[in-house]
Design a protein. Structure first.
Length: 105
């Protein structure tokens, strides 16, 4: 899984990734983002999901953990451009009730 984190400005950071957020990739995805968050003051973390094709239950746990980390820091987590299949997983888990999800379309 490819993961790139970019600091934009004013405490906003943008995470691009591609592939599946599954048992093989989710732990590294989480570790990369947590390491980044520990090295910067991030007020808003934007996870770009346009190239994420699948989210397994471990991927849902990763998103939940990132949400909790950002909330504890009085910061915001946003997901962008979530495809229909992944959105269905979020809905099934009830995540759309508390996550901020934005789409460009």
């Amino acid at each position: 899984m490819f993961t790139k984190i970019t600091y934009l400005e004013n405490g906003v950071s943008y995470v691009e990734a591609s592939g599946k957020l599954d048992i093989y990739n989710a732990p590294n995805y989480l570790d990369s983002i947590k390491d980044y968050l520990n090295s910067r003051s991030v007020k808003e973390l934007i996870l770009e999901f346009s190239k994420i094709s699948y989210v397994a239950s471990i991927g849902l746990r990763v998103i939940l953990e990132l949400y909790k980390i950002m909330r504890e820091r009085d910061s915001v987590l946003k997901l962008r451009n979530v495809n229909d299949e992944v959105m269905q997983a979020f809905r099934f888990a009830g995540f759309e009730k508390f996550l901020t999800i934005e789409n460009d379309n």
